[in-house]
Design a protein around this ligand. Structure first.
Ligand code: SF4
Length: 111
């Protein structure tokens, strides 16, 4: 991974927002967690780098909202596409699915 791989993050709609909105603590009460998740997804809905963020989230992120998807949605997408996340020698996670396929899968889950 190079520094350039993450350049899109600077253009994210959440760039200057509190990361806490996008990471829901496991001890948050369920109703508050749903509201928080919905608020985060609304921010993602107007984000110019949503596709790039989703791609990153599928490949690298277990926790939080990425590209408008929740943790459980990304787990389901990985399962549906048969994506196996595996750690490679440099500690990153590698998948073999093209971005276009990932975006199509996300569009089935997130309006
Ligand atoms: S898609 Fe959502 S989490 Fe990703 S950069 Fe945009 S606002 Fe942030």
């Amino acid at each position: 991974m190079t520094r350039q791989d993450l350049q899109w993050r600077h253009r994210g709609a959440c760039n200057r927002m509190s990361p806490e909105l996008f990471y829901i603590s496991s001890d948050t009460n369920p109703q508050h967690a749903r509201n928080q998740n919905q608020s985060a997804r609304e921010v993602c809905g107007s984000c110019d780098v949503r596709d790039e963020c989703f791609d990153w989230g599928i490949k690298h992120e277990k926790y939080g909202v990425w590209g408008g998807t929740s943790e459980s949605e990304r787990r389901n997408i990985r399962r549906q596409l048969g994506i196996v996340r595996r750690n490679v020698s440099d500690g990153t996670v590698q998948t073999l699915v093209e971005l276009g396929k990932l975006v199509a899968a996300r569009q089935k889950v997130v309006a």
